[in-house]
Design a protein around this ligand. Structure first.
Ligand SMILES: NC(=O)C1=CN([C@@H]2O[C@H](COP(=O)(O)OP(=O)(O)OC[C@H]3O[C@@H](n4cnc5c(N)ncnc54)[C@H](OP(=O)(O)O)[C@@H]3O)[C@@H](O)[C@H]2O)C=CC1
Ligand SMILES: CC(=O)N[C@@H](CCC(=O)OP(=O)(O)O)C(=O)O
Length: 400
């Protein structure tokens, strides 16, 4: 897409250094940009998206826009009143337009994607980093310090860098930055996220598991032993890169477990549950690959604390989430389906009595690319920039 499609606007030099930049458009209107300011006067190009943008625009870079989570960010920001994309990067697809890589995004008038090494961050206030883990640390540590960052990779999720090395098979290469990172499970750490510069967006499985378990553990309603998580993911969870293991013929008409006892989301889940209980929690976690493109279900088997009934778990989840927009406790007895959250930022959950006395079964579903990745990332950046948490996220599920 040619840059002739963009309207050029120049920064007002008088506003530099005030934490807020006013830009004057050619038609004389003034736009106010929140957040960090560019270091020198320059020409700025904004996409003429068809969506009405507000007067207050944060300039966004999407690193890894040619991948699944990056393209979801681009889709969501098309309908975001306060975020405007000024930079997109790709690796193998650098130099291409977003519409040539993702035809469903062809109507987005955006600059072509560039390689990270060629990216100009002077017109960017915040980035969504949608890159493979390990690659991410090296790139984030080189970014301008004033940028707000939501990192969708696993690189900054584990506070203990030794644990990162143990589970990811290589030393952490940005341990100083790790100290600064806030784990971004929005409903649990909202206040810290608001003030963060670097947010580590949670993994998809850990999101689906922690949302129901954290309130129950905090209220001491379940035993910390014998937590069993049987989880299932759509294939987009594995990213867009070509791999034999995710060929149609390997996935269709069957399901299989993987990462048994050693999936790298185990320490992330245990970190979150241990924080909730203020003691070490361990879990049995087995993920499965399902023949569907998106969606995730965690079925969680727990033992209730002495004297606790399933209704106590239900009431606790109701209290925890009654004011939350994106976490929905279904009516008693209603079964969460992944298809009812597909394409939306919702987590649907419910709790059921097991036939074995004293045990309960919790079911939680999300879209791995939305609440499990890009949706939650937008929710977090909304908080970090002081916008309504649901901005750009008011999508209902796609059905059927
Ligand atoms: N998919 C999911 O459901 C979830 C993913 N995540 C995490 O989000 C991140 C992105 O995942 P996803 O979008 O699925 O992955 P994809 O494989 O679909 O996309 C990866 C992106 O990173 C780019 N890239 C790859 N290698 C490099 C490199 N060395 N330098 C610069 N850019 C590079 C790719 O560019 P190109 O295609 O042009 O080569 C592409 O844009 C990962 O860390 C993943 O673990 C988190 C939660 C859920
Ligand atoms: C189906 C599938 O392969 N899913 C990915 C998890 C995707 C995700 O949330 O991952 P990150 O921790 O990488 O961000 C996996 O099991 O590794």
């Amino acid at each position: 897409m040619s840059s002739a499609a963009f309207s050029s606007i120049s920064l007002d030099p008088g506003c530099f250094g005030k934490g807020e930049t006013t830009i004057r458009k050619r038609d004389g209107r003034r736009l106010c940009i929140r957040g960090s300011v560019a270091s020198s006067p320059q020409s700025l190009q904004f996409a003429n998206t068809k969506t009405q943008k507000s007067e207050e625009i944060v300039r966004i870079g999407v690193l890894g826009a040619s991948g699944y989570t990056g393209s979801e960010i681009v889709r969501l920001l098309a309908n975001h009143p306060n975020f405007g994309i000024t930079l997109m990067t790709a690796d193998r697809k650098a130099g291409q337009s977003i519409g040539s890589v993702f035809p469903h995004l062809v109507t987005q008038n955006l600059p072509d994607m560039v390689a990270v090494k060629d990216a100009d961050f002077s017109n960017v206030d915040a980035v969504f980093c949608c890159l493979p883990h390990a690659t991410t640390q090296d790139i984030i540590k080189c970014l301008p310090k004033q940028l707000k960052i939501v990192d969708l990779s696993a690189d900054f999720r584990l506070r203990n860098v030794n644990e990162y090395e143990e589970w990811y098979g290589q030393p952490h290469r940005a341990p100083e930055l790790q100290k600064e990172a806030i784990y971004g499970l929005t409903e649990v750490s909202r206040e810290e996220i608001r003030n963060a510069r670097l947010v580590a967006n949670p993994g998809c499985y850990p999101t689906s598991v922690q949302l129901p378990l954290v309130p129950l553990i905090k209220a001491n309603l379940i035993e910390l032993r014998n937590i069993i998580i049987d989880a299932k993911s759509g294939v987009s969870g594995a990213g867009r890169g070509a791999k034999e293991s995710i060929l149609y013929t390997e996935i269709a008409e069957g399901i299989h477990s993987y990462g048994i006892t050693k999936h790298r989301h185990v320490p992330e889940i245990e970190q979150g549950l241990s924080d909730a209980s203020r003691s070490k929690v361990t879990v049995s976690f087995t993920p499965h690959l399902m023949p569907m493109s998106r969606g995730m279900q965690s079925t969680i088997y727990v033992e209730m604390a002495p004297g606790v009934q399933v209704d106590d778990l239900y009431q606790q989840l109701k209290i925890a989430y009654e004011d939350e927009e994106f976490v929905i406790l279904l009516d008693k007895g209603a079964v969460p389906h992944t298809r009812n959250v597909r394409g939306s930022n919702y987590c649907f959950m419910n709790v059921f009595p097991d036939r074995i006395p004293g045990r309960a079964i919790i079911i939680s579903v999300i879209d791995n690319l939305m609440k499990g990745a890009s949706g939650q990332a937008v929710q977090n950046l909304n908080l970090m920039m002081g916008f309504p948490e649901n901005s750009g996220l008011l999508y209902q599920a796609l059905f059927p």
